[in-house]
Ligand binder design. Structure first.
Ligand SMILES: NC(=O)c1ccc[n+]([C@@H]2O[C@H](COP(=O)([O-])OP(=O)(O)OC[C@H]3O[C@@H](n4cnc5c(N)ncnc54)[C@H](OP(=O)(O)O)[C@@H]3O)[C@@H](O)[C@H]2O)c1
Length: 175
C-alpha cells in the first residue's frame, strides 16, 4: 500500500503552536484547501485519537471517503462509528494496513499526529512525506519528527509555493 504522510508545520518545525492549537487555527487557507483536496482524492485517511478529538467537529462525511481512527479502546467510540465512513481500530499499524489492503484500498493518507507518524515510520510503512512549511515561528510546540527512526533518508520529489506569503509545500520520497 502506498502511504503518504502529510502535515503542516511552522518554519521552526512545530505541528502545534505554543498554546497547543491545531493547524486549523494557524495554517494558511491555501494549505487547508490543499489538504482537503488531498484527503478527498486519497479516499482513505488514518489518524490517532488525539488528532480525531482535536478535529472531530469539522470532520464532515464525504462520499467515497473512509476515515480510520486508531485507538486502543474502539469500544469507547461505538456510538459514533459509521462503517465505511468513520471506523475505529485497535489493530497495529501493519495489521491495519493488511486489513485495508484486503478491502482493496491501494493508498492511505496518514494525517496525524506525531505519535502515529512515529508508529508508522518505525513499522517501515511510510512511502512519502508531504510537509507544508508556514512562514511562522512558534519557538515551542509539538515536533512532527519526534520518535521517528534516526537517520531516515529522503529524496526530494518536488516543491511548490502555495501563496505570496511564502507557504511552501515540499514532497519527499522515503528511500
Ligand atoms: N500540524 C499538523 O499537520 C497536524 C496534523 C495532525 C495532528 N496535529 C496535532 O497533533 C496533536 C495530536 O497528535 P498526538 O501525537 O498527540 O496524537 P495522535 O497521534 O493523533 O494520537 C495518538 C493516540 O492514538 C492512539 N493510538 C492507537 N494506536 C496507536 C499507535 N499504534 N501508535 C500511536 N498511537 C496510537 C492512542 O490513543 P488511545 O488512548 O485512544 O489508544 C494514542 O495516544 C493535536 O494537537 C493535533 O491538532 C497536527
Amino acid at each position: 500500500m502506498e502511504i503518504p504522510l502529510a502535515y503542516v508545520q511552522s518554519l521552526d518545525g512545530f505541528l502545534t503552536d505554543s498554546n497547543g492549537k491545531s493547524p486549523t487555527e494557524w495554517a494558511s487557507p491555501e494549505d487547508q484547501e490543499y489538504f482537503k483536496q488531498l484527503v478527498i482524492e486519497t479516499g482513505l485517511v488514518i489518524m490517532g485519537t488525539n488528532t480525531y478529538e482535536a478535529h472531530k467537529e469539522i470532520l464532515k462525511p464525504h462520499d467515497g471517503l473512509l476515515r480510520v481512527i486508531m485507538t486502543r479502546a474502539p469500544e469507547k467510540y461505538a456510538s459514533v462509528q459509521v462503517p465505511g465512513q468513520l471506523e475505529f481500530s485497535s489493530l497495529s499499524p501493519a495489521d491495519l494496513i493488511a486489513s485495508l489492503e484486503n478491502r482493496d484500498f491501494k493508498k492511505a493518507l496518514l494525517a496525524g499526529g506525531a505519535k502515529l507518524y512515529s508508529s508508522f515510520f518505525n513499522a517501515n510503512l511510510i512511502s512519502s512525506l508531504q510537509v507544508t512549511i508556514e512562514p511562522i515561528l512558534f519557538g515551542t510546540g509539538e515536533c512532527g519528527a519526534t520518535g521517528i527512526p534516526i537517520n531516515t533518508h529522503l529524496q526530494l520529489i518536488d516543491t511548490r509555493q502555495l501563496n505570496t506569503r511564502g507557504t511552501l509545500l515540499v514532497r519527499y520520497k522515503v528511500v
